[in-house]
Design a protein around this ligand. Structure first.
Ligand code: NAD
Length: 378
């Protein structure tokens, strides 16, 4: 677990189990210094989620929260009063559960809210994830987790300190085709993977002042926004953590992508000898994953859009139900809290990916030099 201590989280889960078994909540509460809402949460059938940031992705999450089974949209946090009114009436959210960025800390006193989902520009993930943890709320943080490794570590430390759970908004882990690719690696279905290729990107246009083009708000460009999908693909396709990376950067529109990266190619080396050749771009529509194993192959295309995902292996066409990835992801996190299910995408996963992202930028700055990776284990 590297330098992060999971003891507090395990204690909290033990607590939930004990409450679930009918052991007196008040007695346990008085003996353990848990976040104030733990006893109440353990009694709930559905957890209340507050969305922080009502932009493009916030609206997708709000719609998905109409389809979740064990969590529901209960709160909104926005800096725009007109959105507060519109969303409040659309989703039947009472005024007492609507906050702005200034009074956000008051959410600590609101028992309707169990989870805060941070869906803001990347530069604001750290501030609001930490504020949410300090308010005693469990946290889901969108990808990329923050601007850099140090910020990711600070978020994890704050959640540990506050004894709340932290999950990443990595929706693919709750998607059946992706879960099948993970199983191929885990159960050695086609033997060892030898080569992984994956691309993730889209053609970004529009307002040249949008936050995704600003280094201080986004942290980086295509790599931070889309490249994380291909990095994730390579890791779950191999079931291994990479040991080294080399990368190269290219720009076809340097005037538009002035501050951040447009197109990056990446080679990740794995302990087994497998190599992943990845590419990400904000000026190319790419969305695929191809794995060649000792005894077969698997291709997903599209591989990381909202769905339907499509796939084929050397054994035939893959056929899984189309799911609402975001609804499944939020229910999976709620299951972790309510039913002690595994946290599919803990904060440490976001930190690990940021360690890789930083190494990629380091390699590019060093003219494509091979950078050895020393990643957090979890
Ligand atoms: P967006 O620009 O559509 O929305 C951002 C929201 O933040 C808006 O409501 C805006 O009003 C608010 N905001 C507050 N301060 C701001 C500031 N200084 N500048 C700009 N906006 C500010 O962005 P989005 O597409 O919703 O992305 C939000 C987060 O969600 C990002 O971290 C992004 O990477 C992530 N995201 C994840 C997925 C996914 O599939 N998991 C998809 C899209 C976006």
């Amino acid at each position: 677990m590297g330098k992060f201590n999971l003891t507090q989280k395990i204690d909290r889960r033990t607590f939930s189990r004990q409450v679930g078994k009918g052991i007196g909540a008040a007695a346990i509460m008085s003996s353990l210094p848990f976040a104030c809402s733990s006893a109440a949460i353990a009694q709930k059938e559905k957890l209340g989620i507050a969305l922080v940031g009502l932009g493009y992705y916030g609206s997708i999450l709000a719609e998905s929260l109409q389809k979740t089974k064990i969590c529901e949209l209960k709160g909104l946090v926005t800096g725009t009063p007109s959105k507060a009114k519109l969303w409040g009436s659309k989703y039947n959210i009472p005024e007492k559960n609507i906050y702005n960025y200034q009074n956000f800390d008051d959410i600590a006193d609101n028992p309707d809210i169990d989870i805060v989902y941070v869906v803001l520009p990347n530069s604001m993930h750290k501030e609001f994830s930490i504020k949410a943890a300090k308010a005693g709320k469990h946290v889901i943080c969108e990808k990329p987790m923050a601007l850099n490794v140090k910020e990711c570590e600070e978020i994890i430390a704050a959640c540990n300190e506050a004894k709340v759970e932290l999950g990443m908004g990595y929706r693919m882990h709750s998607e059946p085709y992706t879960q099948e690719v993970k199983r191929f690696a885990k159960e050695n279905v086609f033997g060892k993977p030898h080569l992984v290729t994956s691309g993730s990107g889209y053609i970004m246009r529009g307002n040249p002042n949008q936050w995704r083009l600003k280094k201080d708000l986004a942290g980086g460009g295509a790599l931070m926004n889309m490249g994380v999908y291909s990095i994730q693909c390579a890791i779950y396709a191999t079931g291994e953590q990479p040991i080294a990376v080399s990368a190269q950067e290219f720009k076809t529109m340097p005037d538009y992508f002035k501050e951040v990266d447009e197109t990056i190619t990446i080679q990740l080396e794995f302990p087994s000898g497998c190599i992943a050749n990845l590419h990400t771009s904000h000026n190319a529509n790419i969305n695929d994953l191809y794995i060649t194993y000792e005894n077969g192959w698997c291709r997903l295309e599209p591989a990381h859009s909202y769905g339907p995902i499509q796939g084929e292996t050397s054994k035939g066409v893959m056929d899984f139900p189309v799911v609402n990835q975001q609804a499944e992801q939020m229910d999976d996190f709620a299951k972790h809290i309510l039913q002690d299910a595994p946290n599919l995408c803990p904060g440490e996963m976001g930190l690990r990916d940021m360690q890789i992202v930083e190494a990629i930028y380091k390699s590019i700055d060093a003219g494509g030099k091979r950078i050895a990776l020393d990643l957090i284990e979890f």
